[in-house]
Design a protein around this ligand. Structure first.
Ligand code: AMP
Ligand code: MG
Length: 402
């Protein structure tokens, strides 16, 4: 079946839902995990008006002229509960100190002078609200502070901590089994004989899964025979929620992934209209989802980014959105294409200081150094040419993933 990338992504998303149960974990174990519920705040943050600066808290309307001398009626460091402000006085207050009732402004200490702790000279006319952080300015009680499906970052966790949440329900980490097919493959660290190459896809796929927070079940290298491929698939499907393989999905004599999946479950072979990329095999073995990536290292990484990402996100219970493309000027020309192309690209400043997206000199799908060089991909839609100086859709990568 011939499909556009967007249509393939839509099919994947509509055919898969979360397979991971929720579990409650302390915040320190929730980093990069997917939130399983909407979390609402039980309180306002900050819980009371407080001072943004070191200075003197006053009632602005009572300061009718400056400079003026007023008694200092109390001292309010952060962490103490103040008494209401006595009329006609100022309160010494420090950053984070809770505003006393009846005070509505803080005059910063640089605009005050004092010789002892009893009186202060106010040298600047305050306005109500000056240097006060109002109650609830950050978060209102009842506000959603983390959403179901959201990947929890360090700052998301800090937000949860700020409303007093100590533990959060997250989905169990998705188990992703990966294996590499190919009789030519040897693991790094082993000597390389004639006709062999090192297995790089295993590392790429495992590391991308790790960056994305999935649990990897590494099933190693599988020989190019139907029996070994079936055996590997059975083991992988029994130990994971989803199996991702690389290589062996073409229709050649040495490609056994397709018939092996068909023998154990069901399979669709998609001709996704993308470059690098096709073919992509997609199916199911029992309850386990299956995605067969092409063997070419660049193709397997790019197809992982575009098709495995939505699949894994759906199974993990993670809200998935297409990566946001940035409009960036192209630094090169390229004729129109008949398949959607993902060009390995890098942002660079040209001689006149303009930000431009450049492409790698060699676009072969065997050249992994191109992806190592790139900091993003340019999406070139079908039927469109790229013109130097005109905007293209640049998709930034972080940690090697979109
Ligand atoms: P295949 O899809 O199995 O026909 O492989 C396509 C190309 O990718 C061949 O040149 C393979 O040698 C290469 N290849 C396949 N698997 C890997 C791998 N795990 N690591 C590096 N290169 C690979
Ligand atoms: Mg092969």
């Amino acid at each position: 079946m011939a499909l556009t990338v967007a249509a393939a992504q839509q099919q994947i998303l509509s055919a898969n839902t979360c397979v991971c149960e929720a579990q409650t974990v302390p915040l320190r174990d929730a980093l990069n995990r997917v939130c399983a519920v909407d979390v609402k705040s039980d309180l306002d943050v900050p819980p009371a008006d407080n001072s943004a600066m070191d200075g003197f808290a006053v009632c602005a309307a009572q300061v009718t002229e400056v400079p003026c001398n007023v008694p200092v009626s109390q001292r309010i460091p952060a962490g103490t509960a103040p008494a209401p402000l006595e009329t006609g006085t100022a309160a010494r207050i420090f950053t984070g100190g809770e505003m006393p009732a009846a005070a509505d402004a803080v005059i910063i200490q640089e605009n005050c002078s004092w010789d002892d702790e009893q009186t202060v000279t106010l040298n600047k006319q305050p306005r109500a609200g000056d240097n006060v952080r109002p109650r609830g300015q950050d978060i209102h009680r009842g506000a959603v502070v983390a959403q179901q499906g959201q990947v929890l970052s360090s700052v998301d966790l800090s937000l949860l901590a700020s409303v007093g949440v100590a533990e959060v329900a997250v989905y169990r980490r998705l188990r992703v089994a990966i294996f590499s097919t190919g009789d030519e493959l040897v693991e790094p660290g082993q000597p390389l004989a004639a006709g062999q190459i090192y297995n790089s896809n295993r590392t790429a796929l495992g590391a991308m899964c790790a960056v994305l927070g999935y649990e990897v079940v590494d099933c190693g290298i599988v020989e190019d025979t139907l029996e070994s491929t079936k055996a590997a698939l059975e083991v992988a499907a029994a130990s994971a929620d989803v199996v991702i393989s690389s290589g062996g999905v073409s229709v050649g004599e040495e490609d056994h992934v397709r018939p092996a999946v068909q023998a154990l479950g069901s399979l669709d072979l998609w001709k996704v209209q993308m470059k690098p990329g096709k073919p992509v095999a997609w199916g199911r073995i029992g309850n386990c989802a299956f995605l067969g990536l092409p063997g070419n290292p660049v193709s397997s990484v790019v197809v992982f980014q575009l098709l495995a990402r939505p699949l894994l996100a759906a199974l993990q219970g993670q809200a998935w959105q297409s990566p946001q493309a940035l409009p960036i000027e192209a630094g090169f020309d390229k004729p129109e294409v008949s398949r959607e192309e993902y060009i390995r690209a890098r942002l660079q400043l040209d001689d006149s200081g303009r930000l431009r997206a450049q492409s790698f000199k060699n676009a072969s799908s065997g050249v992994m150094s191109s992806l190592a060089w790139a900091d993003g991909l340019i999406r070139q839609p079908i039927g469109q040419a790229i013109t130097k100086g005109k905007a293209v859709e640049y998709l930034p990568m972080r940690g090697g993933v979109l």
